[in-house]
Design a protein around this ligand. Structure first.
Ligand code: SAH
Length: 419
């Protein structure tokens, strides 16, 4: 164990902002969004310079941009951690996974990628881990360290305040655990840091929790939502305000919307946009993900857009090299070189953390991409097209979404940015 002194938990290169502390009701995404949007004004000038200089000296490491600094800053607020921890579906599923894989954790070395308040690290210590490296680049790591001390776990849980890309650990690890999922799975682009941790420290045959992630999409109808935001303008206190319609549509539906829908809004079975195998996925594969889809509506209804949601699975560690169906498909269902892909134990019995509309709600909800105008669908009418999700050039934590869809002989394109 050896943390780089420059990234110790005393460097304090983030500064809390009163502004954030005064906004207790913000959702996780809102905090991350605001954090990521902030750039130069949001960080401590002197210490951020110090970090950038260090990056330049270590050219093999990805640079820590002003956007990254602002992103980590957003995670220094207690509210974001409170929201995640209070999401019992999320937190209990992780705890169940740790219990289920206790025999892989007891007496072993664990890395918690993005430890936040340290909750998952402490669960792992309670499960008998020999040592847990709890890493977080946000100032929340300072709190995690206090929590660890107060629970008399300082001998086991070592809090490293720095980026996974930058801190040093001088041993290989048996287990990587991380709660890295953003809205629409890939928003925030944190999975890349889990991949970095895997490639830097995981022993061959080590365990990654979670092991698999799938992003789904399905066509939805949501007449109430549409009329609340749009049809409302047709008659306002007896006045025809239809002139407002184009602006109302743009403001309501330009960006993806994080909200909760139910199974009743969904018009067909979902399509898997990507299946990420955390043991083998590469950072490059995540830069742009694309898929083609084809749905047949199960009912006659106006199609208002598409919903996206994800689940993650907690499967056993890689054991034997194999070319099973389970491992040959990766991002975008493209067959890939299976040479370093492994077969996992008991995939059918996997523990799943689901954010699907029919499952108990989580703080991720679902992400909706609405069309500006609904498409009237008959039962069995086909809707097909493609979707491309790519990291924004402006800030890789933002996501560009290009959605093409055609139905009834007409084709449309909807482009949006999740920022
Ligand atoms: N594990 C905690 C927190 C999850 S939120 C829990 O389950 O409650 C994700 C955390 O990862 C944030 O605190 C964020 O600051 C941290 N993080 C994201 N990318 C990171 C990186 N590259 N290096 C270190 N920490 C990172």
């Amino acid at each position: 164990m050896n943390s780089s002194p420059n990234y110790s938990n005393t460097n304090g290169y983030h500064r809390r902002r009163r502004q954030q502390q005064q906004q207790p009701g913000m959702s996780r995404r809102e905090r991350v969004r605001r954090g990521s949007r902030r750039s130069r004004d949001s960080t401590d000038g002197g210490s951020s310079l110090r970090v950038c200089e260090q990056q330049q000296q270590r050219q093999h490491r990805p640079p820590c941009t002003d956007f990254d600094m602002a992103y980590f800053h957003s995670y220094a607020h207690v509210g974001i951690h409170e929201e995640m921890i209070k999401d019992r579906v999320r937190t209990e599923t992780y705890r169940s996974a740790i219990t289920q894989f206790q025999s892989y954790i007891a007496g072993k070395v664990v890395v918690d990628v993005g430890c936040g308040t340290g909750i998952l690290s402490i669960f792992c210590a309670q499960a008998g881990a020999k040592r847990v490296y709890a890493i977080d680049a946000s100032d929340i790591a300072l709190q995690a360290n206090e929590v660890v001390k107060a629970n008399n776990l300082s001998d086991i849980v070592i809090v490293l305040h720095g980026r996974v890309e930058d801190v040093e650990i001088d041993e290989e690890v048996d287990v990587i655990i991380s709660e890295w999922m953003g809205y629409m799975l890939l928003y925030e682009s944190m999975l890349g840091s889990v991949i970095t941790a895997r490639d830097r420290w995981l022993k061959p045959g080590g365990l990654i929790l979670p092991s698999d992630a799938k992003l789904y999409m399905a066509p939805v109808t949501h007449a109430d939502r549409y009329s609340e935001s749009i049809d409302f303008w047709r008659n306002v206190y007896g006045i025809d305000m239809s002139a407002m319609l184009p602006l109302a549509k743009q403001c309501a539906f330009e960006e993806p919307s994080v909200e909760t829908i139910t199974g009743e809004n969904v018009l067909t079975w979902p399509h898997v946009v990507i299946h990420v195998d955390c043991y083998s996925v590469t950072i490059h594969e995540l830069e742009s993900v694309s898929t083609r889809y084809k749905f047949k509506s199960m009912m006659r209804a106006p199609l208002h857009g598409f919903a996206f949601w994800f689940d993650v699975e907690f499967n056993g560690p890689a054991t034997t090299p194999a070319n099973s169906y389970f491992t040959n498909l990766s991002v975008d269902n493209h067959p890939t070189d299976g040479s370093h892909r492994k077969k996992r134990t008991n995939p059918s019995e996997a523990l799943v953390l689901s954010t699907a509309p029919e499952d108990p709600p989580t703080h991720w909800q679902q992400t909706l991409i609405y069309f500006y105008d609904p498409v009237e669908l008959e039962q069995d009418q086909v809707i097909e097209g493609s979707v491309v999700l790519s990291q924004s050039k402006e800030n890789r934590r933002f996501m560009n979404i290009r959605l093409e869809y055609s139905s009834g002989g007409r084709s449309y394109v909807k482009e949006s940015v999740m920022r």
